[in-house]
Design a protein around this ligand. Structure first.
Ligand SMILES: Nc1nc2c(ncn2[C@@H]2O[C@H](COP(=O)(O)OP(=O)(O)OP(=O)(O)O)[C@@H](O)[C@H]2O)c(=O)[nH]1
Length: 681
């Protein structure tokens, strides 16, 4: 049955969706893993030697295939190690190439290993897949794996031990794997790396077989009888002792046939093993493996059945989404397809924004919720955090105060100064507002990206490209009126200051508040000045005090040109004013009061404007960008894409889709066959 299953899956390559049971060979380096495998196959074909030889997993599928009639007489040729038409190997990476010469197989393994790992003893988890067809093998799948090692050699990475361990674990952790743990009999079994690793994944020893190699190298008078009897490290499936060829045998080109003969003679004639010779040696191991595998398969059959069913369903589903090939479709059906895709795209686009999407995620915000986050978190907080007074110091306000009253001395709190400052500050709201548009734009592009991963876009790459272009251009076009509207909103706010706004703190209230603050402050200072007598008004800064008398004209206390400190003659005092006139010195009571009032008014009014912006800007963006897209995108796509002259071009299928459809069909065929095979048991 496994033969048939393997055949059924042969067409789909190694991407077998159903894990058929495998036998994984593990053990310390040079414990004799490759030797055991070669003996099971009965041919020399693995790279051999001392040190690390196996550096990539070798997935070895042995396939029993009876000799064809005309080649029957050839089957003896292998005895001499010659080519034989009934036995050959094939590599997955060299499809269609049959290797009748097993030396060439070894060369190819060495070559491909070096290609992927370099010559410097590195390892790679990428497997080499080799199938051997022969009338002389039992159908089995075996995986030869790098030997466990402790100390890096050559250019090997420091963590080589862990790398190899992880690689082996990948193969032996699957409950479907049978573990062939190889240990050299002339080493201590209790310290066997292979058995230890096997115990990690199969603690009860239910799917681990022990193989004892190098029995011939044991000290005289010692044997493995205790181990075989399960008295050292017991395993449910037991141990099999073998004798492989030694390095010298290999160098002298001893044939495997001769080696197997030697092995059976060895056990038959050895005092300790004589009585149980039929349970020793490679042929027994091979039969045992085959039996175990059969049992294993029988046990896992229900699971295999279920896996085949599940895979079948999955591939049928995928084939369905890939759709039928369009090559013979009429132009009307093509047009219809594009129409459907446009409709589906737009419906989905609207759904994502409105938030009624079917696949609502609990994992992250998506679509419309993200836009809402931009508005109500990012933008709102960005605007709220702007402080209208952070850039405007009290002295600047004073300067503006004087500047705004022009050449006539101000009599009242100057609304002009307030307006000048508030207008400047309102303009600062433009930047975050424009940024908000860009963020929402980015979100739309993100939704677009999300939609472009849909199956039909994988199928038609040109269509995807076109959709991308059209939609992106559409979004970009919509940015212009949106920006205009938003900047206009800011301009509207800046152009007319509505001091009659019901929420605005009026002048009287402001003065009231400031007066209260001042009287509080004065009271504190009165209490304070009983201790320290510091004059607190009209204090100009240090250097100017000497010229106080001359300078206390209207501007004297707070404007000073450069170098105006010496006593000067009357005419010198009439010098042209300095190029830069700056306010200096502390504020007078009146100035202090005015500045405070202006500050209060600015804050009050700015809060109103901020609230308006936080309210209006999202509306503007929704109107001209988001809703506009929801409503007009479909029309745009239809105008651009639903045209007879472009339809053919749009519906060119990707090579991937074509290939995938073929693969799916093949896989479905294989799975249906497999299903039949399994069902007939
Ligand atoms: N005498 C004797 N030598 C053996 C036996 N088994 C293996 N050897 C020798 O031990 C050495 C290592 O054997 P391999 O089969 O290459 O060992 P391996 O575990 O595949 O080695 P790596 O793939 O490098 O981990 C070779 O020189 C073999 O000839 C055996 O049963 N008896």
């Amino acid at each position: 049955m496994i033969n048939k299953l393997q055949d059924a899956f042969a067409t789909v390559g190694v991407h077998n969706p159903v894990d058929l049971p495998q036998i994984a060979v593990i053990g310390s380096q040079s414990s004799g893993k490759s030797s055991v495998l070669e003996n099971i196959v009965g041919r020399d074909f693995l790279p051999r030697g001392t040190g690390i030889v196996t550096r990539r997993p070798l997935i070895l599928q042995l396939i029993n295939r009876p000799a064809s009639e005309e080649n029957k007489e050839e089957s003896d040729k292998q005895d001499e190690g010659k080519d034989n038409q009934n036995e050959w190997g094939e590599f997955l990476h060299l499809p269609g190439q049959k290797f009748y010469d097993f030396n060439k197989i070894r060369e190819e393994i060495v070559k491909d290993t070096e290609l992927k790992t370099g010559k410097n003893l590195g390892i790679s988890p990428q497997p080499i897949n080799l199938r051997i067809f022969s009338p002389n093998v039992l159908t089995l799948t075996l995986v030869d794996l790098p030997g466990l090692t402790k100390v890096p050699v050559g250019d090997q990475p420091k963590d080589i031990e862990k790398q190899i361990r992880d690689m082996l674990l990948k193969y032996i952790t699957k409950p479907n794997a049978i573990i062939l743990a190889v240990t050299a009999a002339n080493t201590d079994l209790a310290n066997s790396d292979g058995l230890k690793l096997a115990r990690d994944v199969d603690p009860e020893g239910l799917r681990t077989i022990g193989v004892l190699t190098k029995v011939d190298l044991m000290d005289q008078g010692t044997d493995v009888i205790d181990i075989l009897a399960g008295r050292v490290v017991p395993l449910r499936l037991g141990y099999v002792p073998v004798v492989n060829r030694g390095q010298r045998d290999i160098e002298s080109k001893k044939s495997i046939k001769r080696a197997l003969e030697y092995e059976s003679e060895y056990f038959e004639n050895h005092a300790a093993y004589k009585s149980k010779a039929q349970y020793c040696g490679t042929p027994f191991l091979a039969r045992k493996l085959n039996m175990i595998l059969m049992h294993h398969i029988r046990n896992t059959l229900p699971e295999i059945k279920a896996k085949i069913q599940a895979a079948l369903q999955k591939y049928q589903q995928e084939l369905l989404t890939l759709g039928d090939p369009l090559d013979d479709g009429s132009s009307a059906s093509r047009a219809n397809l594009v129409l459907n895709i446009i409709t589906e795209f737009c419906t989905e686009f609207r759904t994502i924004i409105d938030g009624n999407s079917n696949d609502l995620s609990s994992f992250e915000l998506s679509g419309g919720a993200r836009i809402s986050f931009v508005f109500h978190e990012l933008y709102a907080n960005g605007v709220k955090s702007i402080d209208p007074l952070e850039q405007t110091k009290d002295i600047d306000i004073r300067t503006i105060l004087y500047n705004s009253s022009g050449s006539s001395p101000a009599l009242f709190v100057a609304t002009t100064a307030f307006e000048v400052i508030i207008k400047q500050q309102i303009k600062r709201l433009e930047e975050p507002s424009v940024k908000c548009i860009n963020m929402v734009y980015d979100e739309l592009v993100r939704i677009l990206g999300q939609l472009l991963t849909k199956q039909f876009f994988k199928r038609f790459p040109t269509l995807k490209e076109k959709f991308y272009q059209v939609v992106l251009t559409f979004f970009k076009k919509a940015i212009q009126p949106t920006s205009k509207l938003v900047t206009d909103l800011v301009a509207m706010e800046a152009c007319y200051i509505n001091t009659a706004h019901p929420d605005f703190l009026n002048g009287h209230q402001a003065i009231g508040i400031v007066n209260e603050r001042i009287s509080q402050k004065n009271q504190q200072q009165v209490e304070h000045s009983t201790k320290s007598k510091t004059p607190n008004t009209l204090q100009t800064n240090g250097a100017d005090t000497s010229s106080n008398t001359e300078n206390n004209g209207l501007f004297g206390s707070f404007f000073s040109g450069k170098k105006n400190t010496q006593k000067k003659s009357a005419s010198a005092m009439m010098d042209a004013p300095p190029t830069t006139l700056k306010a200096t010195g502390a504020l007078s009571d009146r100035e202090f009061m005015e500045t405070e009032v202006i500050k209060l008014l600015i804050q009050s009014y700015y809060n109103i404007v901020k609230r308006t912006m936080v309210d209006m800007v999202p509306k503007a963006i929704m109107l001209n960008l988001v809703n506009h897209s929801k409503e007009e995108l479909q029309r745009e796509l239809l105008t651009e894409l639903y045209k007879h002259d472009v339809l053919d071009d749009l519906l060119q299928e990707s090579d991937f889709t074509r290939q995938r459809r073929k693969d799916c069909k093949k896989m479905i065929e294989a799975l249906q066959k497999a299903d039949e095979i399994v069902g007939s048991v």
